[in-house]
Design a protein around this ligand. Structure first.
Ligand SMILES: *Cc1c(COP(=O)(O)O)cnc(C)c1O
Length: 401
């Protein structure tokens, strides 16, 4: 592929790499990465087309397989994650379902943590059994439970950490070791941690998936996803699956996400700093029964946070004493923070999981996961921290009346 001014070095720090890595300038020498909004590619001759299909010439063939703008996004994501290879998908769920389905067959078994994003839960619990693939859910915090769930047929383990919405951690290194002792592979959904604060591949995971819809775009514009792994894993499991089932991302969305990566370190750092300040400000409030923030010493797994993550989180969760009534009153009284189930955005967003994202769970499952009627999840944005604190405190005050 023509790569006339590939400006990158593994020695550079993440901020530098997110501005430059993966860039492929065309003959026009454009400053900003080009948007190749094309389905296909033309060949100079019949022989050239033949050579490309034979794989003797590595140019592009069709945008369901690969596209230059998409390649730039994938390469920049590889630099961020420390991965050898990546394939970008149309959504986070396309990344999750492709990464799991591409490596399984009837008779296989999956072990996954209970605490999963709703659609991820559907893939494991409803979709896999339709293809003769069995599963076991475990409490992700309990390493003995992971161990006990393993069967000779176990091929995939799946988790997210921190979890949505209660921000609990799973020990990625320990679960990866268990997977490898048993000839299984660990897939980690790293959306909540963000690639800035946690790199599961470095902790032993085999595959990392992202919803790029969240922090990677970070400005609420488009959906996207990405699967990252070793070149061998991609070649063996995902390469043909991706080409022939078509989860590939639109070049336009890949371009938006590519440009989003330029500011990702800046945004995630500021959003996390804002979240830490908000967590500290609400910690002492009388109506806050429980505060969960992975950057604070009172997080139940503070030691694991320090070992596994380089930073806190852009997310804060807390339980209000007045249950659903107070949670609704609090959300409705907010002026800057808007009610929405999205996260990782420049705009601060609040959600009440029990009545929205997690409404399909049974009461028992919600109890087990700690998703009470008073639980509120805050995704902290890029607004001024003092403004956000004032907004949260005035809404909390009003909600107690
Ligand atoms: C949003 C999200 C997904 C799904 O991503 P989409 O881009 O909405 O398909 C998967 N996992 C987690 C943890 C998420 O937050």
């Amino acid at each position: 592929m023509s790569n006339q001014s590939n400006n990158q070095s593994a020695d550079w720090n993440v901020e530098t790499r997110m501005v430059h890595d993966g860039s492929m300038r065309s003959a026009f020498g454009e400053t900003s990465e080009a948007l190749f909004l094309t389905q296909g590619f033309v060949y100079d001759s019949s022989a050239a087309a033949e050579a490309r299909f034979k794989g003797e010439d590595e140019g592009y063939i069709y945008s369901r397989y690969a596209n230059p703008t998409v390649t730039m996004f994938e390469q920049r994501m590889c630099a961020l994650e420390g991965a050898e290879a990546a394939l970008a998908t149309t959504s986070g769920m396309a990344a999750v379902s492709s990464a799991i389905l591409c490596q399984l067959k009837a008779g296989d078994h999956v072990v996954a943590a209970y605490a999963l994003f709703g659609s991820c839960r559907y893939v494991i619990e409803t979709l896999l059994p339709q293809f003769g693939i069995d599963f076991t859910f475990v409490d992700g915090k309990d390493i003995d439970a992971w161990k006990a769930a393993i069967r000779p047929q176990t091929r995939v383990m799946f988790l997210e950490s921190p979890t949505n919405p209660t921000l609990e951690l799973v020990d990625i290194e320990a679960v990866a070791a268990l997977a490898h002792e048993n000839d299984a592979r660990l897939v980690v959904d790293n959306v909540f941690a963000t690639p800035l604060w946690q790199n599961p591949l470095a902790l032993g995971a085999d595959v990392v998936v992202y919803s790029a819809t969240k922090h990677i775009d970070g400005q609420g514009r488009c959906l996207g996803g990405v699967v990252l792994a070793s070149q061998d894993w991609i070649d063996e499991h995902l390469f043909d699956y991706y080409r022939h089932t078509g989860p590939g991302i639109s070049p336009f969305n890949a371009w938006v996400l590519l440009k989003g990566l330029e500011t990702l370190p800046l945004r995630v750092r500021q959003q996390s700093a804002n979240a830490a300040q908000i967590a500290d400000a609400i910690a002492g409030q009388a109506s806050v029964l429980r505060l969960i923030y992975p950057g604070r010493d009172d997080h139940p797994q503070a030691e694991l946070v320090k070992r596994q993550m380089r930073g806190g989180s852009t997310m804060v969760a807390f339980e209000l004493a007045g249950g659903k009534h107070q949670a609704f009153a609090f959300q409705d009284a907010l002026k800057i923070v808007r009610i929405s189930n999205n996260l990782g955005d420049a705009k601060s967003l609040v959600t009440h999981p029990a009545t929205t994202t997690h409404k399909n769970l049974t009461l028992e499952d919600r109890d087990m996961l700690g998703i009470s009627d008073g639980l509120v999840r805050l995704s902290v944005g890029l607004e001024n921290a003092d403004d956000l604190i004032a907004d949260v405190l005035q809404a909390m005050e009003l909600s107690t009346r």
